[in-house]
Design a protein. Structure first.
Length: 224
C-alpha cells in the first residue's frame, strides 16, 4: 500500500492534489496520509479536524490520519467521526491505548498505533493485537524532508515476526524518508504500507510516482 503525504503537496489546492495521485486508469494511492500536528507533541503546526473533514468531502481516497498531538484520547475520535479510514495515535502520548482503539473501531475507523524512532517497541508488543496498523516512524516526527533512519528497520522485523507468529491482522506502516531506494529495504524488512511525501508530490507526475514506488516494493518482496 502507498500512502502519499498530503503535507508535501500544494496546500492551497488540496482537492486537486488528492486527485493527482490517481491515474487515468483508475489506479493510484491506497490511502492519503495526513499529518495532524498541534505544535506541542512535536515542534511544528499543521492542519486539524476542519481541514480533514473538508478533504474527506473532496476525495474518495481513504484518509490516513496520523495524530502527532497531545491528548489523543480526547481528540482522536473526532477524526473517525468525520470519516477517516485510519486514525493513528502515538504510544508516547496516548493514556488508554486499548480503550481508544476500541472507540475508534466502534466509530468505523481502523485504529493505528505510532512509535517514534527512539522509542523501544518491545514494551508495547502486547498491545498490537488491539490495533489494525502499527506506524513506525523512520524519521523524527514533525518535519518533512528528513533522511531515512535505517536502524528502525529492526522494529519492522520484530513486528513482522510477531504478526507471523501470532497470526495477527496488523498492517505495518512506515513513515519518513521513503523513496524508490529506501522502500526496498522497508519492504524486505516486513513493512506493507509506505508513506511517501516528496517522493510523490515532489515529482511532475504524482500518480506515476505512486506506481513506481509500488513496483519497487513489490520487487523487493519478491526477491526477499
Amino acid at each position: 500500500m502507498i500512502a502519499p503525504n498530503i503535507l508535501s503537496a500544494d496546500l492551497a489546492r488540496l482537492a486537486e492534489e488528492a486527485d493527482a495521485v490517481w491515474d487515468r486508469g483508475g489506479e493510484g494511492a491506497d490511502w492519503l496520509h495526513i499529518d495532524v500536528i498541534d505544535g506541542h507533541f512535536v515542534p511544528n503546526l499543521t492542519i486539524g479536524l476542519p481541514v480533514v473533514a473538508a478533504l474527506r468531502s473532496a476525495t474518495d481516497i481513504p484518509l490516513d490520519c496520523h495524530l502527532m498531538i497531545e491528548d489523543p484520547d480526547r481528540w482522536a475520535l473526532g477524526y473517525a467521526e468525520v470519516g477517516a479510514r485510519n486514525v493513528t495515535v502515538h504510544i508516547e502520548a496516548v493514556r488508554s491505548p486499548v480503550a481508544l482503539a476500541g472507540d475508534l473501531r466502534s466509530a468505523g475507523a481502523l485504529a493505528g498505533l505510532a512509535i517514534k524512532p527512539r522509542t523501544p517497541l518491545e514494551p508495547y508488543l502486547t498491545l498490537l493485537g488491539h490495533f489494525d496498523t502499527l506506524l513506525i516512524m523512520s524519521v523524527e516526527p514533525g518535519f518533512n524532508g528528513q533522511a531515512f533512519i535505517p536502524e528502525v528497520l529492526s522494529k519492522v522485523r520484530t513486528a513482522r515476526r510477531l504478526i507471523d507468529t501470532e497470526n495477527l491482522r496488523l498492517l505495518i506502516e512506515i513513515d519518513g524518508g521513503i523513496n524508490v531506494e529506501t522502500i526496498r529495504a522497508a519492504a524486505q524488512a516486513g513493512a506493507n504500507c509506505f508513506v511517501a511525501g516528496s517522493a510523490v508530490y515532489g515529482t511532475e507526475d504524482p500518480a506515476c510516482a505512486v506506481h513506481q514506488l509500488r513496483q519497487h516494493a513489490t520487487r523487493a518482496l519478491a526477491s526477499s
